[in-house]
Design a binder for this molecule. Structure first.
Ligand SMILES: Nc1ncnc2c1ncn2[C@@H]1O[C@H](COP(=O)(O)OP(=O)(O)OP(=O)(O)O)[C@@H](O)[C@H]1O
Length: 335
């Protein structure tokens, strides 16, 4: 069913460089969460801290009543068995076939007989659509297939939590769409807790239950997808729209006066995409990607569908109110 991860007051620095501070959030059990943020804001560092590869300066990462940030080697080794991690490049061994790569964690961490290993490896390869590619080497397949092989390997120990570090990097939009569907289908099938670090705004808008945004060494916001997609927080709107106007600059943060001017211009409608109104997203709440037909859905998908309906209803009401206001304003101008 997946497990909850509760992060409280987490701070991490390297030497004098503070990466982020006082980060608190709860990744709900079985849900998909996405962590966004400009390059270099420490998203990968965050994933590594959750899994105990990096120790925070302060704060805690609570999983099943244990604080990952304080565990000793042996206990850490045990708790890591709850995790599956999909690294950016799939992190496959280049000289091993896909089959052996995917079997690797089972051979390392369990005493299962080869017949059982074979059953599990083929089951996971089937789940990610790689049946028939067992004998291929990582160098002989596409980037998308490598990601899927990395995902199959992350699945073999039946993890309760899966961390994805930029699963869509280096993939074309069509492959990203397939991968997103695969992620949603897998989540519906295994109900593990998913955390995805991505730069892909389209994915962030339609795949997760929750979205978080790291910026200026802080977690600006973390909450249900609908909440961020309708947020008026300038940095959230800028990121979810991929706009130049807003607090995030090319190499560093912009000065306050420039940000104010850009946001005023946006409000005045001189650039495309409204700042508020339908939501900072400009497009309001896009429909969530649902599991493919035929995939058995756990009861939580019923709750998601109801939330979607409520959000759509609220958007329709807001739209209606807005168009009535515009009509009234136009009529007043004529008068
Ligand atoms: N082991 C380390 N030692 C020292 N500094 C590190 C270490 N790991 C990461 N950093 C620094 O932490 C900062 C955040 O890096 P991180 O890779 O987590 O960012 P990111 O948000 O994932 O970036 P991107 O989106 O570009 O992948 C960077 O300045 C990086 O140089």
């Amino acid at each position: 069913m997946g497990v909850e991860i509760r992060v409280e007051g987490l701070t991490k620095s390297f030497g004098h460089q503070v990466i982020w501070q006082d980060v608190s959030l709860t990744l709900p059990a079985g849900e998909i969460s996405v962590m966004l943020g400009p390059s270099g804001t420490g998203k990968s560092v965050f994933l590594k801290t959750l899994v105990g590869l990096l120790r925070p300066d302060r704060g805690s990462v609570l999983i099943q009543g244990q604080d990952v940030s304080r565990l000793r080697e042996h206990a850490l080794y045990e708790i890591r068995k709850l995790f599956g991690v999909l690294f950016q490049d799939g992190a496959l061994f280049g000289s091993m076939s896909l089959y052996d790569n995917i079997a690797f964690p089972l051979r390392e961490h369990t005493r299962k007989p080869e017949s059982e290993i074979r059953r599990i490896v083929l089951e996971k390869m089937d789940m990610v659509g790689l049946i028939g590619a067992e004998g291929k080497l990582p160098g002989e397949i596409s980037g998308g297939m490598r990601k899927r092989a990395g995902l199959a390997r992350a699945l073999v120990l039946d993890p309760e939590i899966i961390l994805f570090d930029e699963p869509d990097s280096g993939l074309d939009p069509v492959r990203v769409a397939y991968l997103n569907q695969l992620i949603v289908d897998l989540n519906a099938q295994i109900d593990a807790t998913f955390l995805i670090v991505t730069h892909d705004i389209a994915s962030a808008r339609q795949v997760p239950d929750n979205i978080g945004l790291l910026f200026r060494r802080e977690l600006v916001m973390f909450g249900p997808r609908e909440q961020l997609l309708t947020s008026d927080e300038p940095v959230v709107g800028q990121f979810l729209n991929g706009r130049m106007q807003g607090p995030i600059g090319m190499a560093e943060e912009k000065d306050a006066a420039q940000v104010e001017q850009e946001l005023a211009e946006l409000d005045a409608g001189r650039h495309t995409g409204p700042r508020g109104g339908k939501g900072a997203s400009g497009e309001g709440v896009v429909p969530r990607l649902l599991p493919s037909p035929g995939i058995t859905r756990s009861p939580r998908w019923q709750a998601i569908a109801e939330r979607e309906e409520m959000a759509a209803l609220r958007a329709r009401v807001a739209d209606h109110a807005r168009s009535r206001r515009s009509a009234r304003d136009a009529a007043e101008e004529v008068d």
